[in-house]
Design a protein around this ligand. Sequence first.
Ligand code: AMP
Ligand code: GLY
Length: 425
Amino acid sequence: MRILVLGSGAREHALAWKLSSEPGVTHVLCAPGNAGIARTIPTRPVELLDTAAVIRLVDQERIDLTVVGPEAPLGNGLADRFEAEGRRVFGPTRGAAQLETSKAFAKDFMHRHGVPTARYRVCASAQDALTAVGSGEFGDALVVKADGLAAGKGVVVAPDRAAAEAAITGAMVDRSFGDAGARVVLEELLTGPEVSFFVVANGEHYVPLLSAQDHKRIFDNDEGPNTGGMGAFSPSPLMTPALQQQIESTIVQPVLRGMAAEGHPFRGFLYCGLMLTPDGPTVIEFNVRFGDPEAQAVLPLLPELTPLLLSEPGRQSRFSVPSVALVSVAVVLAAHRYPGDVRTGDVIHGLDDVARDCRDVQMFFAGVTQKGNDLVTSGGRVMTVMATAPSFEIAIARAYEAASKIKFDGMQYRRDIGRKALSAR
Ligand code: AMP
Ligand code: GLY
């Protein structure tokens, strides 16, 4: 079995690493990958939004299964083309990917199918949106979301009306996110802890994977600006069997039934971003692919995944995640000035020390490139250091021991990844 993983971040490194270890998988390639991934996994250059080029690569490399990491190629119809041409792909079609690519679609869909989510209004003009804010229908504090894909930057939690108005003007008048801001969704502000829950879906069938908690803000104690994610741990101690049951029956099942009924059966990783409100688990957002950095935390805990990714459309797979004996903590090491305009080119030291000395630790690379014999930084989130252990205390200690051995100028990382897992008990 030859597998191609599409993408270039630490999530794709974790996917490729996980699949490489599985029975029957003889080759795993990553495209385009990065110089850190290329240390252990063959990589190939490719432009992910050029579907014809991806298909040429698949044919040249005699790939049996293509696994898509990021959302953009899915929104661009990559899976539709693969399916039309009889090539195996794991990831949803463009129609099914709307759960992530259009927040207005996702909200209206949830409304149609009775899936719990924040009260909302879709606004097609700045005037509509400003009027809705002025009317006070969502109270003073509310959330403003650009409809389309905005690289994780399209959501503003506005503490007051002035902030909401500024967010609306930014998205709809100044077009800070381009066409993604042609419409905005206004939402009531919910409160409660956030948990991510992942399933592998195949039409109406699905297999629950695990829960995780992300850390979106740059600084400890969830302070400072939002980022792509500064670390994660899995599973979330908040996810009791009863809560998982409730999430499956009130969210996962109606979503998969509804997508199938509307002609967009969903195949792929479904990422449910949830808030545990006093009224029960409520959907904040869906993603149609694995999370980053959640994938780096969840994948190392899972049993054999390949058969699940290969199951024929609409077929139930006999897979179950055994009750987990291990937990994981994944810490993101970020570049100078992230999440702003980052400096690149800083030499990364200590990687060999981690590989030699650290037990149950994996390094997953993202924003790195090769310069002579050195790996140097080339992006905001440089790499993830992940540790597994029988307890969060030990996993935290292992991950931070490894992180402390890695050094590059301007390196920043949160020191509190995993702490919430300790205080939740
Ligand atoms: P996103 O970029 O869609 O992941 O959203 C960023 C963050 O905004 C989420 O992780 C939540 O913390 C927050 N958020 C989004 N919608 C709401 C809401 N309705 N109420 C409270 N917080 C929200
Ligand atoms: N960790 C959030 C995301 O992947 O969107």
